[in-house]
Ligand binder design. Sequence first.
Ligand code: BEZ
Length: 215
Amino acid sequence: MTSLQLGDIAPDFDATTADGALSFHTWLGDSWGILFSHPADFTPVCTTELGRAAALEPEFARRGVKIAALSVDSAADHRAWSADIAEVSGSEVSFPMIADPDRKVADLYGMIPPGADNTATVRSVFVIGPDKRIKLTMTYPASTGRNFDEILRVVDSLQLTARHQVATPVDWRQGEDVVITPAVSDEEAQGRFPGYRAVKPYLRMTPQPKDAVDG
Ligand code: BEZ
């Protein structure tokens, strides 16, 4: 299949998780969502990643984001491994761990590179908006653990820029100045972002609009 693009509807699916059945779109409801895959249960880097995701789950929840992990392992393996994750990280996994032993979801989402010798999923991340459309994708190789602070950071940016005609500059973090998008004229910018700072005619900075989630 052709790979999923930003703006595509995140494909719906039914699956088994460590804690029972899950129907993806129904589970998402009106929330933001993150579906992320890992190569295999009982592996070192994946254990650190799932532990970090478990620790950050309240931060995702505070932002109205549901998270779900996936690999080609069985639900029984997910259950057994989650005890290790809790022991190693000190955080219980309270989000769904999707079992995809027949690679149905992995194929739908292109989580296994075509022609790969290894049929394990790579480290994919799909951030999905309340409209079920894909807002961001990331793909990391098995050898590199992801930075979950970065995933939270992009959620903050996506949620802010969904509400305001702003964009976030390089290395932006919650609370820092943002960029006024080129679609906003100078005249409109004066009304909406009074006192904005024009570094260049095309680079206009303004304090972060106030209704975003505080960092
Ligand atoms: C890991 O999680 O440590 C891992 C998994 C698959 C390949 C390489 C590393």
